[in-house]
Design a protein around this ligand. Sequence first.
Ligand SMILES: [Zn+2]
Length: 329
Amino acid sequence: MTARIAVMKNFPKNEEEFLVRFGTEDNCRRYLFDLRWPEGFVCPVCSGRTARVNKKNFIVCTGCQAQISLTSGTILHGTKKRLALWFRAIWWICTHQKGGSARELQQYLGLGSYQTAWVWFQKLRRAMSLSEGKSCGGRVEMGQGMICDRERDGKDYSPYECAKVLAAGEVVASAPFGLGRTRISLVPDFSRSTISGFLRENIEQSSTIVTTEDLESSTIESLGYGHEVIRSVDVRDDLTRGFPPHVASLIGDLASWLIRTHKGGVKKKHLQQYIDEYVFRHSMNLGESPVETFNRILKGGVEGEATPYWRLVGKDRPQSSRSREKGHE
Ligand SMILES: [Zn+2]
């Protein structure tokens, strides 16, 4: 593949302009190729630098003749739908700042089935979470609490409607909710090992962590982080009392986003993917341009592993060879 398409600097101003750039399979393929190999092709088998494209659209290394699918190892792997349609889905996400539902995506793309639209959205959410990049650093608020998918409505939540989360965010005064990069994870409990796993995965070692007195603090200190304890703010809701103030506001907004956009219809086993989308959308509001967002989702896909259907829908890997993987819509 010799002709290269420069990774775009200016985002298309409207859909018409978008379709001029990405309306054809060829343009989409070239763009994905350049995002995947920004320094030019490198063969994963022999590290050769030259390749051609065969009639079946495989990239063939001229050194070792290895055939590489442009989408292999990505969330787009095995897709039977046109890449141009996937590009339009990502465009839709980038131009709907507050998010939307699978039903709306289905209508926009003219997809035949709701199920397909839902699976697409889940794949895109996975690409969003894979693209999140660097850990939180500096002064980081962290807390534990519950997130619920129904409004309280005068009654107590029943336990299955709520899920335990650990959440963290860099304190940045000028950012929405006073938080820069954020991380929110569903967890089974608030044990030392769970907290320690969350810290290692999401927060840089040199950070100072700000918590309320509700969070078990010895883990933070034993891992060598700076630690500052503040008093719980008076919160309307016991569910968020374990979060420091900025993170409490973020979690409150996440809960109402889930209710507003998804009408309380998110199942617990899929909740993390919806949370990932919310975290991604928060990072979109930190001054990132739409081009960066677009490339980030596409790259998240490029760098992500293929996600089979059974994993997206929260099932165990099928035992039987007769079980079909239906994820390749
Ligand atoms: Zn090769």
